[in-house]
Design a protein around this ligand. Structure first.
Ligand code: GDP
Ligand code: MN
Length: 377
């Protein structure tokens, strides 16, 4: 999933004509001060941490400045902050506008309606999840013609806008629609959308590009920084690999069994850390590659839970044993297996020959893994 930082989202918005405050990006307190001194960012200004997580306003990651020195101090205070697991490395400085009203406006895909939907609320500037359902308008949009005039009027009414502000909204919705469709976005969100006089200005921008369209956007290849280095390698090798915080590695096949395995480990007090979904792999080499990646994450123990279907048990066992032999003795970890299904006997035999026993019961195998990783929490 490509999530754009606010400043990138705003750059994209600008291309499509969404009105924005004047601003620029800084990566040091000196640069922040300079942006203000040069007039690139008018005073008073807002200094905002460029992290992907929301809630910056409440979390001290948005500050105001009235002088170049204050801009520098605000930048120094925010840069390097740990904000919800991210280190702040970039700032967006923008002119501080006199806000008359704050709204919420977004365009996304409603998967149950199978239609794009505009979500609008007059209660902006707060997380939309915390807004009462009755105060939120969900306006489905036909994907071919886009937003109709009457639909835009309905949205304006929901926001309580009329006259010039409603006209401004009309143009803004068109711009948002063009941005969403042309950029293959999954979400474009403006929160808050501010009324400033008779105009509307996007004070924040959240843009997520649809993963299935990522191949059409090589321009974003560099900014997929929400992946860990190992996840990045896995992606290049087309291995479904996810790294969490825990200590137990999970290798399973199919999203359903993989998720269920994580749940079962949790149930018995385990702490699953990395998981690998072998999917329908039928190539032992692929299994070996995947397993070596798992080994690099240094799990305390690994649970191999395979249901042999398209992926045959012996394929997995062969790949796994080959991989185990490539892991240096000092870096080995206990491996508990549970393999059932297609070519189960052959698979179990291959594992047994390599000194790995397969435990048929899900409960017993999960408990064995938790014990091998140091016992339940
Ligand atoms: P988030 O909390 O991470 O979503 O960050 P936002 O970009 O939404 O900013 C948080 C809050 O800062 C907004 O809800 C506004 O109240 C305030 N803010 C941001 N830009 C401006 C501005 O130009 N003028 C004023 N007065 N407030 C602003
Ligand atoms: Mn916001």
């Amino acid at each position: 999933m490509v999530k754009l930082a606010e400043w990138r989202g705003k750059e994209l918005f600008r291309k499509y004509g969404v009105p924005l405050p004047r601003g620029a990006v800084a990566r040091s307190p000196e640069a922040a001060e300079q942006l203000v001194r040069s007039g690139a960012v008018p005073l008073p200004c807002v200094v905002k941490a460029q992290v992907l997580a929301g809630g910056r306003g409440k979390g001290g990651a948005v500050k105001f400045a009235a002088t170049p020195e204050e801009a520098r101090a605000a930048a120094a205070a925010i840069l390097g902050l740990e904000f919800k697991g991210e280190t702040v490395k970039e700032l967006l400085l923008e002119e501080k506008l006199p806000i008359a009203q704050e709204f919420y406006l977004s365009l996304t895909l409603d998967r149950s309606l199978r239609l794009p939907v505009v979500i609008a609320s007059a209660q902006g500037g707060v997380e939309i999840e915390s807004v009462d359902d009755a105060a939120i308008l969900r306006q489905p949009v036909h994907p071919f013609p886009g937003l109709a005039a009457y639909e835009k009027r309905r949205i304006a009414a929901a926001l309580g806008l009329s006259g010039p502000a409603a006209t401004a909204l009309d143009g803004l919705l068109d711009a948002l629609w063009r941005a969403w469709t042309a950029e293959d976005a999954e979400l474009v969100e403006i929160n808050p959308l501010a009324r400033v006089g008779d105009g509307l200005v996007a004070l924040d921008a959240k843009v997520i590009i649809e993963d299935d369209a990522a191949f059409r956007h090589p321009e974003y290849a560099e900014i997929r920084d929400d992946r860990t280095p190992l996840e990045e390698i896995a992606r290049e090798k087309e291995i479904a690999f996810v790294q969490l915080d825990g200590t137990i590695g999970v290798i399973a096949n199919g999203a359903g069994l993989t998720m269920a395995t994580l749940d079962v480990l949790k149930e018995f007090g385990g702490d699953p850390g990395v998981f690998l979904d072998l999917g329908g792999t039928d190539d032992p080499k692929k299994v070996t590659e995947a397993f070596l990646l798992m080994a690099q994450a240094k799990p305390k123990a690994v649970f191999l839970n395979i249901f042999g279907g398209v992926t045959r048990c012996d394929t997995v066992a062969t790949g796994l044993v080959a991989a185990m032999q490539q892991v240096p003795a000092a870096e080995r970890f206990p491996l508990i297996a549970r393999i059932r299904g297609n070519n189960e006997k052959e698979g179990i035999e291959i594992l047994r020959a390599a000194g790995i026993t397969s435990i048929p019961s899900l409960k017993e195998s999960a408990q064995a893994v938790v014990a091998a990783a140091g016992g339940p929490r």
